[in-house]
Design a protein around this ligand. Sequence first.
Ligand code: FES
Length: 117
Amino acid sequence: MTINVLADDWIQVARSEEVGPGEITESEIEGIELVVWRSQNGKPCIMEARCPHQWSHLGSEGTVVGEEIVCLSHFWQFTQDGKGWKENLAGRRDRKGDIKVYECQESGGAVWARLPG
Ligand code: FES
């Protein structure tokens, strides 16, 4: 993928067409593995690729369910603000570890992340 800079500290992490509703694609910034995913309602999100539970890569082990990304290894799920949850069979949602989310915007047919630091 070609890396373009939008302005100052924004960097392109995916083309919009690469990540439709409910889809996940992989990217990276400065060696940090990322996933770029879009909720079923169309909102993009950029987060670290590795699940904080046991380090599964959400690009290969993740799936989008509604407005969350779910790690299929042990079914932790993450909202677009990075909060981690797990839902038991009775429907109770318990807090789990959080995952880092990068500031995100979509412009000019691409998804952009604000560079850390
Ligand atoms: S590695 Fe993701 S839920 Fe266990």
